[in-house]
Design a protein around this ligand. Sequence first.
Ligand SMILES: *Cc1c(COP(=O)(O)O)cnc(C)c1O
Length: 390
Amino acid sequence: MKNKCKNIDNVKKRSIDTKVVHGNKSFDEKTGAISFPIYQSATFRHPSLTETTGYDYSRLQNPTREEVECIVANLENGKHGFAFSSGMAAVSTVLTLFNSHDHIIVSEDLYGGTYRAFEEIYRKYGITFSYIDTSSLKNTEEAIQENTAAIFVETPSNPMMRITDIRGISHLARNKNVMLIVDNTFLTPYSQRPLELGADVIIHSGTKYLGGHNDTLAGFIVANNDELADKIKLIQKTEGAVLSPFDSWLVIRGIKTLGIRLERQQSNALKIAKWLENHHNVEQVYYIGLESHPGYEINRSQSTGSGAMISFSVKDSSLVDSILKKIKLIIYAESLGGVESLITYPVMQTHAAIPVEIRDKLGVTDKLLRLSVGIENVEDLIEDLKQAME
Ligand SMILES: *Cc1c(COP(=O)(O)O)cnc(C)c1O
């Protein structure tokens, strides 16, 4: 597949803070519009029998979608980007690359919807999965079988914030000719670029930090290998779970502030994590920005940030109900990564699809809450938690 992002070499060397703002083309070449146009068209006129404008039909390609695809590819320092109607559509597209009898190693602590897709949909087609603690290289190596085709990693993991050594796993994967897939939703390319560390495929739920405003669903895949990109393109244009022009535009706009949002969210998160650590009703805090967090050093060696996701367990499960009732500013809702702070109860929401034995083993218990820290004033957020946790 030749690179559709014609401008990518010109903008590749820019710093990430500039990349997020100026995107791929930065403005519309025809009119100079600074806000990239929404090409709300299903189909495109051909000038003559043998000519095309480069656009035929929006399931195949659309200029607004192409712009966001090139932006996300560029942020990940990758070659080929693909935008989907949700993160799950992106996960599903990657799984469609595999054949029956293939085996995939998966981080055992992962997004519940991904687990559900693997177990309830793809297992039916003869793909098998091993769920292991990928933060241990030894475990990962031992889990590799004759028919292992891929390793699927979330780092930090969700919701226990375990850190996987991307470089280490990529060495293992390369030696065994296994594809390394990283779901980079939590840290985003602003802080972590797994392709640079040896991964083959990046997945995103663009619904989260990339979009950033809890106003649209989106998903992305980024890859460098041309042959692999051809396969992904075939699935995307054939199955058709593409991102609409308007949603593509929303994500382009969202990404412009990714840098400043994340800086603020991260600084808020660190203050909140430290505050939670000292609260008498808190048993344990899981935040990768805390030096005491296992994997802190590895995360520092492979990313430039700690993100803004905090999980914490309270001393007694009876506190959960009252916290969720009393919380006023922080919103009790699923999802993460937006400007508004949200609190979730993984055991009943994001991770309900995961069997109780696995949840218990991981620590996803009825005492665990997960916080997605937004960009509000941090004192206001702490004040809200304080009154809710008394
Ligand atoms: C939300 C999420 C997904 C799924 O994305 P949707 O946009 O909700 O379909 C996948 N992986 C992670 C880590 C997520 O947080």
